[in-house]
Write a protein that binds this ligand. Structure first.
Ligand code: DGL
Length: 261
């Protein structure tokens, strides 16, 4: 019993290929404000979504191992790409702790309207992997689902370029083919994209609803911690520690900006 209380005090490890997972961390800190968090971003090797499956598996395992060594009671894979490539592997490696992944929020998008047209923005790897194909199959009869790989978009967020002409022009090109279609919903299937949500909404206009999976992942984390008896039941606000494989002060400043904005 005492051991469990001790364990509950340990931080939750959250990681991503870079700064994108901070969009999930924000949801976690909102829902579970008393928890302590260590956030690790692998910006040195971002983006993951255009690498080979083998490379992403290797990098993802290294990220997880780093956090395990820091001493965490749970792992949140705040990256759709890493989840698609390696969640099964991570769950096998770390059977003793909850390992929570993220997937594109397709279900709420499909259910938002009768027979909607839904664009799923994500990295090329997320859309190529079996996990997404299975998800798409589940909802295919209820919507027109269009996968939209967005190579290059992650880099804007990694640079902290969250608005401006270059971003709008990149998004306009990505959506060009669908400019005359009625797109009812867009799913942000990469954790970097919520940080450019304003620009996405600007290009798509007010009739397209935007969905992201961060809040669902935070709720799932809460459920799993509760089931494992690992929720930190303290009255005090928890702490957040940012770490990054690039290790520059500039990047820490970007992490803080993204988290507190
Ligand atoms: N943020 C990540 C995701 O959710 C990965 C972006 C990348 O590194 O390509 O897919």
């Amino acid at each position: 019993m005492g051991e469990l209380i001790e364990k509950a005090r340990m931080p939750i490890g959250v990681f991503d290929s870079g700064v994108g997972g901070i969009s999930v961390l924000r949801e976690l800190a909102d829902l579970l404000p008393n928890e302590n968090y260590i956030y690790f971003g692998d910006s040195k090797y971002a983006p993951y979504g255009t690498k080979t499956l083998e490379e992403v598996r290797r990098l993802t395992c290294a990220d997880a191992e780093y956090l395990i060594r820091r001493g965490v009671k749970a792992l949140v894979v705040a990256c759709n790409t890493a989840t698609s490539a390696a969640i099964g592997l991570l769950r096998e490696m770390y059977r003793e702790i909850p390992v929570i992944g993220i997937e594109p929020a397709l279900k709420p998008a499909v259910l938002s309207k009768v027979n909607p047209t839904v664009l799923v923005m994500a990295t090329p790897m997320t859309l190529k992997e079996e996990k997404f194909h299975n998800l798409m199959q589940r909802f295919q009869s209820q919507a027109e689902i269009i996968p939209l790989p967005c190579p290059g978009l992650v880099e804007f967020v990694e640079r902290g370029e969250l608005e401006g002409e270059r971003l709008i022009s990149c998004l306009s090109q990505l959506f060009f083919e669908y400019r005359n279609r009625n797109v009812d919903a867009v799913v942000l299937g990469c954790t970097h994209y919520p940080f450019v949500r304003g620009a996405i909404e600007q290009v798509l206009g007010p009739d397209t609803a935007v969905f992201d999976g961060g809040a669902g992942t935070a709720r799932e984390t809460k459920r799993q911690l509760l089931n494992a008896g690992l929720l930190h039941l303290s009255g005090e606000k928890g702490s957040v520690c940012f770490e990054n494989s690039l290790g520059t002060g500039e990047l820490t400043a970007l992490c803080e900006k993204l988290f507190y904005s």
